[in-house]
Design a protein around this ligand. Structure first.
Ligand SMILES: *[C@@H]1O[C@H](CO)[C@@H](O)[C@H](O)[C@H]1NC(C)=O
Length: 551
């Protein structure tokens, strides 16, 4: 310290003016040097998607499905071929020729309108084993709807199909879906729906009363969009409000009740988020941990004028421990409505959200513009890293999804009931991407490129991946599968990352390596579906290839 001061005093007027000149030059080149010093970069992908995405999912063609809701009047994108939705019961617009869902081709940034007929407001979904999105519920005429989206290589050549002969057993508005190893999807909860059900139902599957949801409902709800994670032992971790259980869905039995998480409520309308931390072959998939970050103090939803500060804690629970306790950590920012994204580097990106208020129309304030990275394997107290801020607030009804090129797509933000482009926090139609530091130019020489890979992975069977890497590979190359979740209300339903067993890379010359990986041992680790397969070199991921995991 003393030495530093001495050195500063030694600066001659000439060196000072020189450094001032340099600073001025730097400012001319980059008007915001402090901002650029933080890791990560932002790009505007689509200046106007036509809709504010409330729900977002990446298909196994790498196209991105955005979905808002009907019954809010016209969006900013028209349906083609004069297709219109006619609904005499619609409160805003009975003949609506605008689209409320679109699909984006990431490579060209082209946006195509899609046709939604019933209200998808606060709906839920999962991709099924064959890559079809099974989408459920919503409000009004959409409350019990089943909808399907079969992705296709040419975006715009496929569209939503709404079932007229099947429906949910109960209305589902703010429910959570989780794909199961047998191909069914479990649909849990919803507003005033203290039940769960399976889609498609097996013979004998009935509507199941789920008392956990009624016991976790409070005066401001707080049990909506429950966090549901499929665990390697085949049971479900289910979290609502501050409570969580281990649930055997096959026998409809609550096997364990975990301690309540310290701090305030975490689910809707309190706007926390949750991930199942990456599962790893390195420990034989035995360490199973859930991470829940952010949320609001109880009462923030009931007293929006008070703009009550959001929670700044994350809780981490090792559900594989015999008697786990929440380990609490403090984030660099208070945050609700933050999306948590599992990155192929096995870190967690926490992005979007606000620092005060709660979920709900007009109830949030003070956007949290800085993403943070959480490094689960980092030393205690040093796991968070503050990243480069966005200039666009992304609060209520915004989303974040991992793309196969390892960027994160950011869409939506609409704190208003209708599309409102005036006043504070206008409805947001821009779509951005955030590139974590692992995509920076300086790390390009470490980046693997997959040049050979399987299209299908079978449980427990070996497969070979061939990659090129500019610089010689000194250690291991990780092979991981990352699911394509359905993201809405700050929580990605069905998000999981499975780090697979693989051999050390074998050099076959010309900067080319082969790795032998082993498919996930069971469907409880990775239920049958399409996954992004990444090869990761010292934290630097390849672009993914899509593989179908099958029996
Ligand atoms: C794909 O999966 C969906 C949903 O599970 C199902 O309805 C559909 O029949 C399947 N399609 C094919 C071609 O198997």
């Amino acid at each position: 310290m003393h030495q530093q001061q001495q050195q500063q005093q030694q600066c001659s007027p000439r060196t000072i003016s020189l450094s001032l000149l340099l600073l001025l030059l730097l400012l001319l080149v980059n008007p915001n040097p402090t901002k650029s010093q933080l890791p990560g970069t932002w790009q505007l992908l689509v200046p106007n998607a036509g809709i504010a995405s409330m729900h977002t999912a990446v298909t196994h063609y790498g196209t991105v499905l955005l979905l808002d809701r009907t019954d809010i009047g016209a969006s900013k994108i028209s349906l083609t071929d004069n297709r219109c939705r006619r609904d005499s019961a619609d409160k805003s617009l009975q003949t609506d020729c605008s689209a409320h869902s679109v699909i984006i081709d990431v490579a060209t940034a082209a946006v195509r309108p899609l046709t939604i007929l019933t209200d998808t407001w606060c709906s839920s979904a999962q991709f099924t084993a064959n890559g079809t999105l099974l989408h459920t519920g919503g409000d009004f005429d959409g409350n019990r709807k089943l909808r399907y989206f079969v992705p296709c290589p040419e975006p715009g050549a496929c569209d939503w199909v709404e079932s007229s002969d099947q429906s949910l057993k109960a209305g589902r508005w703010y429910a959570t879906n989780q794909l199961l190893p047998d191909g069914r999807t479990i649909v849990v909860g919803g507003r005033d729906s203290f039940t769960l059900e399976f889609v498609p139902p097996s013979p004998g599957d009935e509507l199941v009363t789920f008392p956990f949801l009624s016991s976790t409902r409070d005066m401001q709800m707080d049990n909506l969009y429950p966090y549901v994670h499929l665990l390697p032992d085949g049971n479900l971790f289910v979290f609502a409000n501050r409570d969580s259980i281990l649930y055997d869905y096959k026998r409809n039995a609550v096997l364990r009740k975990f301690p309540a998480i310290p701090g305030g409520p975490r689910n809707y309308p309190s706007g926390g988020s949750s991930v199942l931390l990456p599962l790893s072959a390195a420990d034989g998939f035995t360490a199973v941990e859930v991470l829940i970050c952010g949320g609001s103090q109880f009462g923030a939803f009931l007293n929006p004028e008070a703009k009550i500060p959001a929670l700044d804690t994350c809780g981490r629970l090792a559900v594989s421990d015999p008697s786990p306790r929440w380990k609490m950590e403090t984030m660099p920012f208070k945050r609700n409505m933050g999306d948590m994204v599992l990155l192929p580097s096995r870190d967690v990106l926490i992005i979007n959200g606000a620092q005060a208020g709660s979920q709900g129309f007009g109830l949030s304030d003070i956007p949290c513009l800085n993403p943070v990275l959480y490094k689960p394997a980092g030393p205690d107290g040093l796991r968070f890293m503050v990243l480069n801020p966005s200039s666009i607030p992304r609060m209520y009804h915004s989303t974040a999804n991992l793309l196969p090129d390892a960027r994160v797509l950011i869409a939506g933000s609409n704190t208003h009931y209708y599309y409102t482009f005036t006043g504070s926090f206008p409805t947001e139609l821009r779509v951005e991407t955030f590139s974590p530091e692992y995509l920076s130019e300086g790390l390009a020489s470490l980046r693997p490129t997959i040049i050979g890979s399987p299209v299908v992975l079978f449980y427990g069977l070996e497969f070979t991946v061939t990659v090129t890497v500019p610089l010689p590979v000194t250690g291991t190359l990780e092979v991981s599968l990352v699911s394509a979740p359905f993201t809405t209300h700050s929580y990605s339903q069905g998000q999981r990352l499975v780090h697979l067993t693989s051999t050390t890379p074998v050099s076959i010359g010309d900067r080319t390596y082969t790795i032998t990986g082993t498919g996930p041992p069971t469907g409880n680790l990775a239920p049958q579906a399409y996954y992004m397969l990444f090869v990761v070199n010292q934290g630097i991921p390849s672009t993914a290839v899509w593989v179908q995991v099958r029996e």
